[in-house]
Design a protein around this ligand. Structure first.
Ligand code: MF3
Ligand code: CO
Length: 248
């Protein structure tokens, strides 16, 4: 069932989203060789508490942390660790902020120090694919238009789109209907409506899209050991078009 949101609900989610965007801006300043994803985790918990918010992922389905921190070949749901990040690594920080009951979800991949041109291109293409998908998030369009925008662009750039994890509706809980696939056919799938709030969160691999699960039961990584990047925004579909709730 799809929950269309009221103006008030959207406003609360937007407030959460602005705080989430501010948190990402602070993280961007912290990221450099030598810092750990445990440092980022600690920062996020403190920063959200200072701003009257909580980390919705902590305790969600038994997940233990405020952030997911996925390094290099980790696709998503990496655990924060005390291992220092090194020059040339990439790290995706994904989190869900709860501010006064409004939720917002956004992930960003950060380069650590200087990265290779090829790594920078993966980040660029992944980020572009998110914004191309957001352009398709118009009332009257279909979910397949979103998936197709990502898949056609990413595959044209000779990268692959992860199939095993998806975007989603979001509202009172992190995951609601619909499931938002990052691949698909134009004109297919559910029609988008004003008041729908969804995440779009393409995970793009440098090699094959196939993933494998770590022993911890959470962390997915690429089967070929190549890099994976991800950018995610929470958006609302309005009369005037898509509005990003996790940007400012
Ligand atoms: N933020 C993640 C997403 O984009 C949710 C991760 S679930 C968690 O859907 F339990 F790992 F936090
Ligand atoms: Co999400």
């Amino acid at each position: 069932m799809i929950n269309l949101k009221s103006e008030r609900e959207i406003e609360l989610m937007h407030e959460a989203g602005k705080l989430l965007a501010a948190t990402h801006r602070e993280i961007a300043k912290m990221i450099k060789p030598g810092i750990t994803t445990a440092d980022i985790e600690e920062f996020v918990e403190k920063y959200l508490a200072e701003h009257g918010a909580t980390a919705e992922q902590k305790g969600y389905q038994g997940y233990k942390y405020a952030t997911c921190a996925s390094v290099n070949d980790e696709i998503c749901h990496g655990f924060p660790t005390k291992k220092p990040l090194k020059e040339g690594d990439i790290v995706t920080i994904d989190m869900v902020v709860n501010l006064n009951g409004g939720l917002a979800d956004s992930a960003w991949t950060y380069p650590v120090g200087e990265v290779s041109n090829e790594t920078a291109r993966l980040l660029e293409v992944t980020k572009n694919s998110l914004y191309k998908a957001i352009e398709q998030a118009q009332a009257g369009n279909r979910l397949g238009d979103i998936g197709h925008a990502i898949q056609s662009y990413v595959e044209g750039e000779k990268y692959s789109v992860v199939r095993d994890f998806t975007g989603h509706g979001i509202g009172k809980t992190i995951h609601e209907d619909p499931t938002v696939l990052h691949y698909g056919k134009p004109g297919k799938g559910m029609r988008l409506k004003e008041g729908m709030v969804i995440t779009i969160e393409p995970m793009v691999n440098a090699g094959t899209w196939h993933s494998k699960m770590d022993q911890n039961g959470w962390t997915a990584r690429t089967v070929d050991g190549k890099l994976s990047a991800q950018y995610e925004h929470t958006i609302v579909i309005t009369k005037e078009g898509p509005k990003i709730l996790t940007e400012q």
